[in-house]
Design a binder for this molecule. Structure first.
Ligand SMILES: Cc1cc2nc3c(=O)[nH]c(=O)nc-3n(C[C@H](O)[C@H](O)[C@H](O)COP(=O)(O)O)c2cc1C
Length: 217
């Protein structure tokens, strides 16, 4: 099973990178014979903002996401990133506070949202391929609260129909790495815990499916 870590920062070897590496290490630590990981840097991809126009009142049909085969028509790397997300069994997303989050990450979320929303509107049988994937969020900053960033990431996970991983008492677990890794080294441990949780969610699902005599997950 594969867990994809997405670094939403434009800084490729900054706080987000080290936190994400720790999270992915935590995931592999659960059972590296079952869990593999990949770290994707959004900085390496070109992702343009969504170009769709929609008022809510008018029929939406002129953009790729609103008509078969429900693919974005903009020419850039969006599809590559989306494919990586589809192929992954679980996703961990990290963003630094940049008022509010890096623009490229906003563009990615915006375009994914356009597909899940408009494709479903046009065709109730459309199958959205991210449904139910275990999803974990990490937010970091220099000194200010990361609450706004975590809110955005968690809302994205929810709207993208993924499963926000939970700790005891069914509480959604995400990582507040305010201050970055140097000022807040404990956040690396928290990130590792998040990675373990995503991996454990997948492993548990697999065991349950095995007991039932079902498929892979
Ligand atoms: C455009 C921009 C705006 C930022 N705004 C804030 C801010 O308002 N408050 C804060 O604490 N940090 C802010 N930061 C700092 C980053 O959130 C922080 O340094 C973070 O750890 C960087 O993560 P990275 O190393 O993964 O890029 C900002 C950074 C950028 C690039």
């Amino acid at each position: 099973m594969k867990i994809l870590g997405i670094n939403g920062s434009q800084r490729k070897e900054g706080n987000s990178y080290f936190l994400l590496k720790s999270a992915l290490g935590g995931a592999r630590g659960e059972d590296d014979s079952l869990i593999e990981t990949e770290l994707l840097q959004l900085a390496d991809f070109e992702i343009k903002p969504c170009d769709a126009h929609y008022s809510g009142l008018h029929k939406f049909e002129n953009w790729g996401c609103g008509k078969k085969p429900y693919k974005c028509i903009l020419k850039d790397d969006f599809e590559k990133v989306f494919q990586k997300m589809i192929e992954a069994d679980g996703i961990i997303l990290i963003a630094p506070l940049c008022y509010p989050v890096p623009a490229k990450l906003v563009a990615l979320m915006e375009r994914l949202m356009a597909i899940v929303y408009f494709a479903k509107k046009a065709d109730k049988n459309y199958v959205w391929s991210l449904t139910g994937k275990p999803f974990g969020a990490i937010a970091t900053s220099y000194e200010d609260s990361t609450v706004l960033v975590l809110k955005i990431l968690r809302k994205f996970g929810f709207i993208a129909r993924m499963y926000l991983v939970r700790e005891a008492k069914n509480k959604v677990f995400s990582v507040d790495a305010k201050g970055g890794v140097e000022k807040n080294p404990k956040s690396l441990e928290e990130a590792k815990k998040l990675g373990s949780l995503v991996a454990r969610t997948l492993i548990k699902r697999k065991e349950r499916a095995k007991k039932k005599g079902g498929g892979q997950k």
